[in-house]
Unconditional design. Structure first.
Ligand SMILES: C[S@@+](CC[C@H](N)C(=O)[O-])C[C@H]1O[C@@H](n2cnc3c(N)ncnc32)[C@H](O)[C@@H]1O
Length: 269
């Protein structure tokens, strides 16, 4: 693996135990309530009971297992062994192991790691594409993971928001992908509450909306919808306001900017 991805891997391994204990993820509450997928995902994907879904960059599997609760046969893939161990343990505790499996691999090795299996749905959730230097190659992997007629659900941070500094006040990073010019961060903190991280250096890459869409169309997928949202799921900037239902929005009086986006696409039948 490239040194920059190695560094990210160390950082992600160090985040897992912090996240699993955090109020942000609230694992005990999740186990108690056993929520299925959020309504907006069900609205987008419908009833997936009995279908197969692969979640790329699944972290410790909460989003993945929410679909298992809805009866979907889920596979999560992440390069962090700490995340995969935690995901397996969460599946066990939730009684979902029969419908859920987790694989430890780099996204770029997903086809081999998943033995070239094809899925009804490829699912990618918030905070994923910024960890990948090259979105065009990712688009080919998504296309090769989809069964004929299979669908992609991608919800991620909007690349415009990723151009802003930590205060969300100034454009300081490029909008377009440049594999040779990552954003480099040294931080002991993460987006959840909890203790300091032991591995602090990360490398992130922005990809424009155009580059993400081109990555999918260029590999034969059909775009069904692209929606830009004025909300996200974490306190990306200090001035974002929690709206009472778990989303963070731009307060009144500030220009509305896109904070996340959703793409739905499908493979030809
Ligand atoms: C922000 S998390 C995804 C979070 C997910 N939406 C959630 O809240 O559970 C990003 C995940 O990407 C994984 N990741 C980063 N780079 C990766 C790579 N090259 N291959 C596989 N997984 C990767 C990290 O280990 C981490 O679990």
């Amino acid at each position: 693996m490239e040194p920059q991805l190695e560094s990210n891997l160390l950082n992600w391994n160090s985040r897992v135990s912090v996240h699993a204990k955090s109020r942000f993820y609230d694992v005990e509450g999740w186990l108690h309530n056993a929520p299925g997928p959020p309504p907006r995902e069900v609205e987008a994907l419908g009833d997936l009971a009995g279908k197969t879904l692969v979640h790329l960059q699944c972290h410790f599997g909460m989003d993945t297992l929410s679909w298992a609760i809805a009866g979907t046969n889920v596979t999560g893939l992440d390069f962090s062994i700490a995340a995969i161990d935690e995901a397996n343990s969460l599946a066990e505790r939730a009684g979902l192991s029969e419908r859920a499996s987790f694989v430890c691999a780099n996204v770029y090795d997903a086809l081999e790691a998943l033995q070239r299996k094809r899925f009804d749905v490829v699912y990618v959730s918030l905070g994923s594409l910024c960890w990948l230097p090259d979105v065009a190659t990712w688009g080919g992997i998504v296309a090769d993971l989809l069964a004929p007629g299979g669908r992609l659900y991608l919800h991620d941070t909007h690349p415009f928001a990723s151009c802003l500094d930590a205060d969300g006040e100034r454009v300081v990073y490029g909008y377009f992908e440049d594999p040779d010019d990552p954003q480099i961060f040294d931080s002991t903190s993460t987006y959840t509450d909890g203790e300091e991280l032991s591995a602090i250096r990360t490398y992130e890459w922005n990809h424009s909306i155009d580059e993400i869409v081109a990555a999918l169309l260029g590999h034969g997928l059909v775009l069904d919808s692209l929606t830009e949202h004025d909300w996200t799921a974490f306190q990306q900037f200090p001035w974002l306001e929690e709206n009472g239902s778990g989303s963070f929005v731009v307060p009144e009086g500030r220009p509305r900017i896109p904070l996340s986006f959703t793409i739905l696409a499908h493979a030809p039948s």
